[in-house]
Write a new protein. Structure first.
Length: 232
């Protein structure tokens, strides 16, 4: 784990998890494009949480890939949370992950520190466990032009997670791609609004709050409804 900002005493923490690949035992390269892709999100969250005693950090992976049942990135996320607990004590923690990092964040969502997970174009393969997310708040944002991870699998995961007892909101980014380059500013601003809302630093967009209170299938909602309601 790499800590970008600490606080004494901390009110809460946010850990970011970048993407990777299905398979790869080598460590991430020095020029780690999935990590670079998360820099705008890190900057936006840092600005929005400045002065609120929020610890900010990043999960560091030992391997580039998920690697099947090894679930390396998921294990690294859990190890980072254990390390964070030693540094900060039992502070409420949000996980924000993209692609494989979204899968890792959801995998680690049952850790005692975690209160919420934000998945950006997450990798949610069929059959991924959900029971450990009961009682957590989960927001999944996926572009409908993603050709790397399947938004339909994300919507199915959202439905199963809600049935397992999680509070879930699934948001569809119309025209959004996997790299989050199309409508990039909206990806950054909406993610930041979700993070500050989950941290209690501001209101959640009403469409997300209503989804958390809902029952039944977690049907995806257009992300513009959340953006417009938040004043974006």
């Amino acid at each position: 784990m790499s800590i970008d900002r600490t606080a004494q005493p901390p009110r809460a923490a946010v850990l970011l998890l970048h993407g990777g690949r299905a398979d790869g035992l080598e460590p991430p390269s020095g020029l780690n494009l999935p990590g670079v892709r998360m820099h705008p999100f890190a900057r936006a969250v840092a600005r929005a949480t400045a002065g609120h005693d929020i610890v900010l950090g990043r999960v560091r992976y030992g391997h580039r890939g998920w690697n099947g049942t090894r679930a390396d990135a998921g294990r690294d996320a859990l190890s980072a949370l254990d390390e964070l607990a030693l540094l900060t004590g039992p502070v409420p923690t949000l996980l924000v992950g993209h692609s494989m990092g979204g899968r890792a964040a959801l995998h680690a969502g049952g850790h005692p520190l975690v209160t919420g997970v934000v998945g950006l174009a997450p990798w949610c393969p069929e059959g991924e466990p959900v029971d450990h997310l009961a009682g957590r708040r989960v927001v999944l944002l996926h572009g409908d032009r993603d050709r790397v991870t399947d938004p339909q699998e994300t919507w199915a995961f959202a439905t199963r997670a809600r049935a397992a007892g999680a509070e879930v909101c699934a948001l569809r980014m119309a025209g959004g791609d996997h790299a989050m380059l199309r409508r990039a500013g909206e990806w950054h601003s909406l993610t930041t609004r979700v993070v500050t809302g989950l941290l209690g630093l501001g209101p959640l967009p009403p469409v997300i709050a209503r989804s958390f209170e809902g029952a039944g299938a977690a049907e995806p909602t257009d992300a513009t409804d959340a953006t417009d309601a938040a004043g974006g």
